[in-house]
Structures are given as C-alpha cells and as structure tokens.
Design a protein around this ligand. Structure first.
Ligand code: PXG
Length: 291
C-alpha cells in the first residue's frame, strides 16, 4: 500500500509531499512538532501529545490553523489510511512560507503535515544488556534562551550533543545545564534509582517534559515505588543503584555505564525491570483506536 502523507489539508504520496524552500520551518527551524507511536492499532497518549503541541505553538506565537479536536481527528485518519498496526507518527507545524527575513508576520499560512511510518527501533542489545552513555560539553539550552519544554524544529542543541556522543563512540548523550546538573538526553528523559527511590530532575532544571516520563512516574506510584523529582548531579548519577532513559521512540532503555563508571552492578536493575514490565502491559491495552 502506498504511504499517505497529510499535507495542508490533503492526503498525498511521499513523492508529492513537498514544501517550499521559503518555508520558515526549513529556513529558521521556526515551527513545532510531536512524535507519537501506536501499538496494536492504538495511538498511545494522543491527547497528551496534542496538548503539548498546542502549548509549544502558543509559546512561539504560532496559531495552528486547525482546532485541536480537528487535528486529533486528522492524526487518527492519517494513521487509519496508512494501515500499520504499529507505527511512528510525526506531526509538524511550521510558520509557513515567508520571505528570506526572520519576520514571522511575513508568513501567511502555517504548513501542517503528518507522516505515518514504520518505527525504527534501537538495537535489541541496548534493551537486553543496557546502554553506555556519556555527559557532553554542549549544555542543554537554558529556559530563558530557548525553552526546552517547547518541542520546536530547532533541534541543533540536541544534535550537537548527539554528535559529541557519537564522536566518542556512544549513541546517546546526557546533557547538563549551566550549573552542571543533569537535565535529560538528546531525545529521552533520565531516571535514577537511589536509596530505592525513583528520581528524575525537576522541570526547572530545563528539559522537555516527556510524556513517557510522566507515564513512568505514574507506573512507579502504582507499584508503590517512591518517586521524587530531585536535582541530580553527576556524583548522584555515578553512585546510583540503577539508571534508565525514557522516550516515545526509545520507550525504556537501561543505562549500565556513564562516563566510564559502572552503574550499580552493571546489569539491568530490578526496579527498571519491574517498571518496564508494567509499561509493556500498559502500551498493549491503552490508546486511541484507528484501524
Ligand atoms: N527529551 C527530548 C529532547 C525529546 O525530544 C523526550 C525528551 C521524551 O519525550 P516523550 O514525550 O517522547 O516521552 C523527547 C522526545 C526521534 C524521536 O525521532 C524523539 C522523541 C520522540 C519521538 C521520536 O528521535 N523525543
């Protein structure tokens, strides 16, 4: 079956899905997006992702020309038309076509597109044996520069950190804030287990508040695992019992080594495993059906 991409009110083929070189999404990274997943024909946390998209748009003064309910319907329809039971859904809204200047007021209509594609998974090895990551020199953007809660098309901050990790031979980077505290990774949030309590940085450290992060915190509470948002230093991280990352694409990835320090006993921990099992159960049964 041919892939159908939603682009500005129409469903087009991949070949026909083209946007202008004058689009400010491309010229300046001026736009917002969301990455969602579906499992068993159900879109996971659709409402939450769309809420975040509209909040990101509000922050950058971008009026999404579709009402949220209508965009939700359109996401469901696009997923339906593509027919995958398990897929990755990318929803993008750019400032639209303008001239070669920054001025967003010269862009008349925002560009909206929705891509539904097969999900590319991280290598199985990471989930079975855990992953090794490093902290990198590029700091996470400060909230007063480019608010990290805004899921904008300007991802160079994260891409630079990813390049630093890859240059050193690793797949993911832990980003620190200006004070040197842990914020998040390039596309995932971070958790540690310390004194049998699940800990993750508080929002004011400056990171994207992940939907998977919230789900994991809710799961931990249900499992009677203590959960706290707490400032995490590299010292806390190196001495943690367990560590894992969360994100829509990655789901839950155990971390067994950071900056050459073995975390816990270097194996995937019990708390991580318990949470992963509960997460798998949840994604199987929850979500908005589209097939
Ligand atoms: N931090 C950043 C900077 C992200 O981009 C997360 C945390 C995790 O948030 P969610 O809501 O997904 O739990 C993200 C999300 C991709 C891809 O294509 C990346 C994300 C989501 C989906 C796909 O690499 N990152």
């Amino acid at each position: 079956m041919e892939q159908k991409i939603f682009l500005n009110g129409e469903f087009v083929s991949k070949k026909e899905a083209r946007i202008s070189v004058y689009d400010h999404g491309l010229l300046y990274g001026d736009g917002v997006f969301e990455g969602l997943r579906s499992y068993n024909g159900r879109i996971f946390k659709l409402q939450e992702h769309m809420d975040r998209l509209y909040k990101s748009a509000k922050y950058i003064c971008l009026d999404i020309p579709l009402k949220k309910e209508k965009l939700i319907e359109t996401v469901i329809k696009t997923a339906h038309l593509n027919g995958y039971t398990d897929c990755y859904i990318r929803v993008v809204v750019t400032r639209g076509e303008g001239d070669l200047g920054l001025d967003p007021d010269k862009c008349s209509n925002p560009t909206i597109f929705i891509i539904v594609d097969k999900i590319v998974l991280y290598p199985d090895k990471f989930y079975k044996e855990g992953m090794e990551v490093i902290t990198v020199p590029t700091q996470r953007n400060a909230s007063h520069n480019l608010e990290p809660q805004v899921k904008s098309l300007n991802y160079l901050n994260n891409i630079l950190a990813k390049i630093e990790a890859k240059n050193a031979g690793f797949e993911e980077a832990i980003m620190l804030n200006r004070e040197g505290f842990i914020t998040e990774c390039t596309g995932d949030n971070i958790f540690i287990i310390e004194g049998n309590v699940l800990k993750t940085p508080p929002a004011y450290m400056g990171f994207l508040g992940g939907i998977t992060r919230k789900v994991v915190m809710e799961i931990a509470e249900k499992l009677s695992i203590g959960v706290r948002e707490e400032v995490i230093s590299r010292y806390n991280l190196f001495n943690a019992q367990e560590c894992f990352l969360t994100g829509t694409a990655a789901e839950i990835i155990p971390i067994v080594k950071v900056d050459g320090r073995i975390i816990g006993d270097g194996k995937i921990g019990n708390v991580t495993n318990k949470i992963r099992t509960a997460f798998k159960k949840l994604i199987e049964k929850e979500g908005t059906p589209y097939l």
